[in-house]
Ligand binder design. Structure first.
Ligand code: NAI
Ligand code: 15L
Length: 264
């Protein structure tokens, strides 16, 4: 790949993952509406709001692939979700169509299916059960990816990411944790396969327990190598065990399922 665009490059995943995938492209364009303070001198930087269609057109021009981490990453009032995760994702795919950018990684979320219970194991074929406006926006992003694949052949891997931080922050994340290294390994596979199509992949490391079955995407050859187990003792010492009927124990989406609709 000649040029890879990473959106949300100032954020948690944008910052961590770009340090791990430097071998995937000759050059990188890093975009965010926040300032990116630690770019490699060779990287191009674009500061733009995903809700600004003209700016997104310019951001995508000349890129062969996109890792789309940019957007609102938690529950928020409608205007925020709409701008970043609805308008922003539509603008991104329109720009891909216009500028013939053929492969996208969409950072979806486990909150697209957050109302499935933790005693169920689900795969990519289940009906979405979003647990908030944020989860709904991730379902929308996956569907836009599907539409632009069927109509225009633009390929998208939607990763329903679990919990991707330096460490699992709580008991639930012992099941949902995805390490930065395992995510980077997944991106390698996504950009390496000759034909990608439009798969939905659950993003979790090889944890002791899983809510998610990725067997329908085994052809990708992604084998996560890390596990949240190395953090279990720390979590058990640090975090109080939630009650057996707490949302964090009952639903895959945890506490998001118990939030209201946030007002402006
Ligand atoms: P983050 O919040 O640290 O990074 C998101 C970045 O997007 C920020 O730098 C922010 O400035 C930028 N952004 C937000 N609205 C924007 C707009 N309107 N225009 C331009 N840039 C905008 O989130 P994180 O953890 O890096 O997540 C990256 C992506 O992965 C997000 O889409 C999130 O929804 C998804 N994800 C992350 C998970 C995790 O555990 N880290 C779990 C599931 C999904
Ligand atoms: C997400 O989608 C969020 O982006 C992240 O901040 C975490 O809350 C994660 O899900 C999770 O479910 O742990």
């Amino acid at each position: 790949m000649k040029r890879l665009l990473i959106t949300g490059a100032a954020g948690n995943l944008g910052t961590q993952i770009r340090k791990r995938i430097g071998h995937l492209a000759d050059s990188f364009r890093l975009a965010d509406f926040a300032e990116i303070t630690d770019a490699d001198p060779a990287d191009e930087i674009v500061q733009c709001d995903l809700g600004d269609k003209d700016a997104v057109m310019d951001m995508v021009a000349g890129c062969d692939g996109i890792v789309h981490f940019g957007g609102q990453s938690t529950e928020a009032p409608w205007s925020v979700i709409r701008n970043a995760n609805f308008d922003g994702v539509y603008n991104l795919y329109e720009a891909c169509r216009e500028h013939d950018c053929r492969r996208v990684v969409f950072a979806s979320s486990n909150h697209a299916t957050g109302f499935y219970r933790q005693d169920q194991v689900i795969d990519d074929s289940v009906y979405p059960r979003p647990d908030g406006l944020y989860g709904v926006s991730k379902v929308f992003g996956e569907m836009i990816g599907s539409l632009y694949h069927e109509k225009f052949g633009i390929e998208t891997a939607s990763i329903r990411i679990g919990t991707c931080f330096p460490k699992p922050p709580n008991h639930r994340a012992l099941t949902t944790y995805l390490s930065f290294d395992d995510l980077a390994r997944l991106l390698e596979r996504i950009f390496d396969v000759p034909r990608l199509g439009c798969p939905v992949i659950y993003g979790a490391s090889a944890n002791a327990r899983s809510f998610w079955d990725n067997s329908n995407v085994s052809w990708l050859g992604w084998n996560p190598q890390d596990s949240a187990e190395e953090f279990r003792d720390e979590i058990e010492a640090k975090c109080e065990k939630p009650a057996i009927d707490a949302p964090d124990v009952v639903y895959q989406g945890g506490a998001f399922t118990a939030m209201g609709i946030l007002q402006e």
